[in-house]
Structures are given as C-alpha cells and as structure tokens.
Ligand binder design. Sequence first.
Ligand code: GRF
Length: 215
Amino acid sequence: MSGIVVLISGRGSNLAAMCRAGLAPQIKCVISNKADVRGLAIAKQYDIRTHVIDHTKFESRKDFDIELAKTIDGLNPSLIALAGFMRILTPEFVRHYASRIINIHPSLLPSFTGAEAQSSAVGSHVKVSGATVHYVTAEVDHGPIIAQGVVPVKGDDSIEDLSTRILALEHVIYPFAIKKILAKQVHHQQSEVVIVDTDEGDEDLLGDYFGYVYY
Ligand code: GRF
C-alpha cells in the first residue's frame, strides 16, 4: 500500500493546495462523482490520473460505494483523502478503510457539522472558528481528530468573509496533516485519540498559521 487517492466533487481548491505543497507525485488518482468539475482539470494540470464515477448511474448508495471501493482497491493507496467529496459514505465502505481515510471540515468539530458550517458559525456569533482534519467514521463529520486550526470570527463577517478565511487555513492544514501521516508521525489505534509527533519542520509547513494549529 502506498500513495494517496483524493476524492472530490467540485472546485478542488484543497486538491490544488496539496499539489502546491508538493504532494502531486504521491497522488495516484483523483476520483470525482461528478464529471467536468474544476478539480479534475487541476488534477490534469499536475498530470495526475483522474477517474469519474457518476453516482446518478447507481441505484443505491451501496452500489455506488461498491464501485468506488473496487476502483480504490485497484490503486492500493495507503491514504484516502476526502477533499470536498459531497457524498455520504456507507458504514461498510468506511469500515473497509478504517484509519486510512481522512476528511477536512470547515469548522472546529464537533461544532457545526454539515454543509452549512461557516454560516452556522457566523449565525452563532462565536468568536473563533477554524478547520478540522479528522479520520472518517460512519457518523458524518465525526471521527478522531488529527489537527485543528483556529481563525477569528469578526463581528461584521459575512459568510463569505469567514469561508474565505477558513479556506486559506484549510489549504495549509490539510497538506500539513497529510505530510505528517505519510511521514508516519500520526499514530491512530482506531480509538478516539490520535497522537501526532511534533518536529522542527512543522513551523515551516505551517508558516503564518504556526501557533494557531493544534495537533
Ligand atoms: C472545503 O471547505 C472543505 O472543508 C469541505 O468542502 C470544501 C471543499 O472545497 N469539506 P474544495 O473543493 O477543496 O475547494
């Protein structure tokens, strides 16, 4: 097992951030459940293989997941990174990849799960929000936390303002967490607790966010 498979559904800005951070050679394939999305064009720019599995062609969620797993297993990756993949995965699928599948979510989980994380944060008048990289479990937007980064929520923030601020953080924290996993500096025993080793290179990887990312 080696390399990464990235699952996307759209824009692919996190995929682009992984590539800018030097991870493109490790990405074996980008799989999208939608054709013609920007993320696929980004993969092609970096000469990464792409594959589309259109979920509308399947009768059930289970059938789609079986096809997705067949494709992923053919690639034999050590890591599956969800990056804006807008499909709920079946418990069977998630179990099959236990401790090998991660996601990024635009909030400080367990607060603000779901698709409206940024607007919920603005609407709740919290003072900070952020992004969370976590292992994927059967419960959506739950699962053992690998790293969390914090950004301020300002009184006059629009949803777009906060989304933009969180997205810039995502683009640093997700490649950071992936590099730590590939370097075997993330230890997860399928419990809720994830231990991440620190090292001198972390400051460089996190840049301006150093001190605002917890792991
Ligand atoms: C990001 O905000 C990510 O946290 C969430 O979906 C969005 C994907 O954006 N899971 P992109 O496709 O990577 O630009």
